[in-house]
Design a binder for this molecule. Sequence first.
Ligand SMILES: Cc1ncc(COP(=O)(O)O)c(C=O)c1O
Length: 420
Amino acid sequence: MSATFEFAPLLPAGLPPPAAKWTGLAKYSFVGGNNDPEQVPLDGLIDAVNAVLRREGRNLATYGLAHGPQGYLPLRQFLSAKLRRDAGIKATTDDITIVSGSLQALDLVNHTLLAPGDTVIVEQETYQGSLTRLSRLGVKAVGIPLDGDGMRMDVLASALADSKARGIRPKYIYTIPTVQNPTGSILPEARRAEMLRLAQHYGVPIFEDDCYADLIWDGVRPPAIYAMAQNGSVIHIGSFSKSIAPALRVGFIVAPWEMMSRLIALKTDAGSGALEQMLLAEYCTPHFATHVPNLTRGLRVKLDTLMEALNAQFGTAAEFEAPKGGIFLWLKLPDNVDTLKLYQSALAAGVAINPGPEWSTNAAHSKSRLRLCFANPSAELIREGVAVLADVCRREFGVPVRIANVAAGAELSSGQPHLS
Ligand SMILES: Cc1ncc(COP(=O)(O)O)c(C=O)c1O
């Protein structure tokens, strides 16, 4: 059909730019939060969906399965037990709301708390989806630098003091404390306590995004900040995207009722997908605890493949620290590399990467950094893709000077990936 009707004059101001048409994933796709297709627990999910549909399928005739706006009760029961066991969170099913991916949680929290001109505090390197949402809302994001242990509390303390001196009360501190995206750090318990102390002192709530908390190599994590808070000032969100599958679009919010009642009032979609919730409850209740260590073991192998490939192809030109879990590696190339440009040329050669500046509030710091997701491509595609990336980078920026350089090869043969 040839479109002749003009919608443009009807569009209100402030809309985001139009979406580009989907052209498919790149051959070597290191972007997004996609997971390992081999690790989707297919047989278990098939059994679970059959069992739950046979038992309760007729409830699909009712919006929200007649379990109310907070979601399917058995899934909230599973989460209540899991959060207590893994994160130290004591949440009843009334403290939990199921949402359509934690992206919906971000939207609900933002729309509840934020207005144009507001200020929030974020980690300097952080989730692009959070940064784009904040900028679309006209909210200023103040980035706090990270080190190997996550957000730096000394800088947070001065940023909060500075805001107060200027009469600004930030609306929240947004943190991804447990396997930070993109840097892969875990905020130690003492820093969590210090963040809470500062937040309380300045009257600022903490918005804790624990999207990757299940994917820690050794499975050991500090308590959630939500669990450590004494005064109900923390909103906690999580997701099944990284532990089971992102296409299911199931996440959750844990919050005190004062906040939760506001969030539910804004969730006007008549409930998140019921079949996905039923499937997850049925599968996860008996299997989650055994599925996750298998998943992380596989992810760790892929990370090692990626680090070895980077060492072989980039040598010392690629600097990185192994993440403590998750699906991303954050790496630094030499200063002359502009990853926004590298991104374009790499994509033309079939390699998709996430350029650093899209994941940071600091353009200069992130200019020559990038994020690679290692979960989705096979080991073979990881190796090939990194080789193509190195080739493109050398053609565009002259680095790495030599492919598969001798020093990196020597380190690899000793079994010690180069981690700087
Ligand atoms: C830190 C963080 N939060 C939230 C999300 C959104 O996840 P989902 O909506 O799939 O639960 C992502 C996705 O990659 C993420 O990295």
